[in-house]
Design a binder for this molecule. Structure first.
Ligand code: NAG
Ligand code: NAG
Ligand code: NAG
Ligand code: NAG
Ligand code: NAG
Ligand code: NAG
Length: 324
């Protein structure tokens, strides 16, 4: 990409010189020109939309009466548009309802830049009313859109173990280049973890709870800005891997307290636990308790279910009730 950092140009010296020689033949009141190499420098060299630049006049040391600033779309364009005149005698600029501000030394401050302010800016120095030697210099300005803070957009709201998962770095702006970091290590798209050709999307094949937590971060850089996302932790859903049921006993006398407990191991999010008696729901939690009656006899099944992974486990037992 073009980087016009020191890009500044002076122009007009040679043909103006000719003009002055011609003028000198006709009359003698024109003073000889001092051979100054005047340039315009832009600070900072690249414009960012919404920010400002200052055009400095470098290499001029006199005290002129006036500065005129002009705009044209490119250095080559013959016609130019007048922007502002600054009178050093009155210490003020003549146009006030514009964004640009000219300082007493002729520098022009240009805030709240827009992309379409890109172009070529030139200054004309009017030394005094009578001198035809009016040095000019100009410099190009390119205004870029700065990047917004990127956010990480995922392929799915839920990351499920053993499934593929993708993360995309999302930002607006001008041709940014993207870099992904996992645990602060730069990713090159080599090995298992893949990158899209534009480097914006990271694909994790068959994610696991232990390897793919992250944190993930993406960074975007363009010619005028450098931004990165917040760290992103992947909450991988997994399990249940196994379950256990804890019957205090499997034989009860009528009137005794029945207590059945069930739990699921290794599950994110926690499993939904239910107890069924002969296929009928009797508890919406991991515990079933009751005062034993004859109709409590039967086959009890606890079901552990993870709605994100779709994994379901169950375990069953028989309860025998002794009557009086
Ligand atoms: C001109 O004046 C402005 C405001 O005082 C200052 O910021 C800037 O550096 C000056 N430029 C030069 C080239 O001296
Ligand atoms: C530059 O863009 C602004 C806002 O996008 C618009 O209002 C303005 O007319 C444009 N100027 C030119 C010269 O195209
Ligand atoms: C999101 O993940 C769920 C659970 O694994 C899956 O059923 C669904 O198809 C996924 N959706 C997309 C768009 O990948
Ligand atoms: C991407 O970022 C833009 C601008 O920040 C935002 O408007 C858009 O909603 C984001 N897209 C997604 C899918 O989050
Ligand atoms: C993607 O990143 C690699 C380095 O990891 C780089 O060589 C390549 O140029 C990048 N591609 C784009 C389109 O930015
Ligand atoms: C209980 O019922 C389940 C499901 O109907 C069945 O798979 C299991 O074998 C039964 N257990 C006993 C101990 O009868």
């Amino acid at each position: 990409m073009e980087r016009p950092s020191k890009a500044s140009q002076s122009r007009g010296s040679s043909w103006k010189g000719l003009l002055i020689i011609t003028a000198s033949i006709l009359s003698c009141w024109i003073q000889p020109t001092s051979a100054q190499d005047i340039t315009v420098e832009v600070e900072p060299p690249l414009g960012t939309q919404g920010l400002s630049v200052t055009f400095h006049i470098v290499g001029y040391s006199g005290t002129p009466v006036m500065y005129n600033w002009y705009y044209k779309t490119s250095a080559q364009q013959p016609s130019r548009k007048h922007i502002v005149t600054y009178s050093t005698y009155n210490r003020r600029q003549l146009q006030t309802n514009i964004r640009q501000r000219v300082y007493h030394n002729g520098s022009m401050f240009f805030p709240n830049l827009l992309v379409n302010d890109s172009g070529y800016y030139e200054v004309q120095i009017i030394k005094d009313r009578w001198t035809l030697d009016r040095p000019e210099a100009g410099a190009p300005l390119k205004v870029y859109v700065g990047l917004s803070k990127p956010n990480i957009v995922t392929s799915n709201n839920t990351a499920v173990e053993n499934n593929d998962f993708t993360l995309t770095c999302n930002a607006t702006g001008y041709l940014p280049s993207t870099t992904w970091y996992i645990n602060q290590r730069v990713q090159h798209g080599t090995g298992r973890i893949r990158l899209s050709p534009d480097n914006k999307t990271l694909t994790l094949p068959k994610i696991t709870r232990s390897e793919n937590k992250g944190p993930y971060m993406c960074e975007m850089v363009n010619i005028v800005s450098h931004v990165n996302s917040d760290g992103f932790i992947l909450d991988v859903a997994y399990g249940p891997d196994s379950m256990t049921i804890l019957p205090a006993a499997d034989r009860y006398n009528v009137g005794e307290h029945i207590q059945l407990t069930c739990s699921a191991q290794s599950c994110n999010p926690p499993a939904q636990l239910t107890w069924l008696q002969n296929g009928q729901l009797v508890s919406n939690s991991g515990t079933f308790s009751a005062t034993a009656a004859l109709n409590h006899a039967g086959n009890y099944t606890c079901v552990a279910y993870n709605s994100l992974t779709g994994i379901r486990h169950s375990q069953s037992m028989n309860i025998i009730i002794y009557g009086e």
